[in-house]
Design a protein around this ligand. Sequence first.
Ligand code: ADP
Length: 183
Amino acid sequence: MEITLGQTKLVLIQGDITVQDTEAIVNAANEGLRGGGGVDGAIHRAGGPTIAEECRRIREERGGCPTGQAVLTSGGQLKARYVIHAVGPVWSGGSRGEDELLASAYRSSLELAREHGIKSIAFPSLSTGAYRFPVDRAARIAMRTVVEYLESHPDTFTEIRFVLFSEPVLKSYEEALNEILGK
Ligand code: ADP
């Protein structure tokens, strides 16, 4: 699915985040920036050791990255020039501010990209793997946050791409976007 909002193409596809040709890709990172399974492991494997080295430096300088925020490194051997490491919340029932923290992780990533003049960015489905955030709920938050961001920044990005790993997750994001667009 693909729509245009202002100057930005918003694209939802099924695929692997590590092979995307956008200027930046977003990692589903953890507060310690230590790498892990899922998207995080795949990005570090594909990008090589310089990404972990830069993460280590950020950890030493600022102690990592709090939940709901994001930090930037180079893309190492990836096609993408940058990796934005966003920390989504661990799901623990929904009454610990998870919704707002997830929205904040998306917004912080978009803000960081904008500050660095990045024009195209690819996101995975943050928090919906090991962090167990329910996918339908996460998809609505992701789509709402991005659409709202594009309404207030219509000329900032050429493309925002969501790269969903499986067909059911892609469907969930498509439904959420259609709902928000009022279709
Ligand atoms: P979190 O710890 O934030 O929950 P995960 O990496 O465990 O992050 O999972 C987030 C989502 O990313 C899940 O839907 C998972 O299926 C998906 N995923 C895993 N590997 C990839 C990949 N290479 N590209 C895109 N999405 C992926």
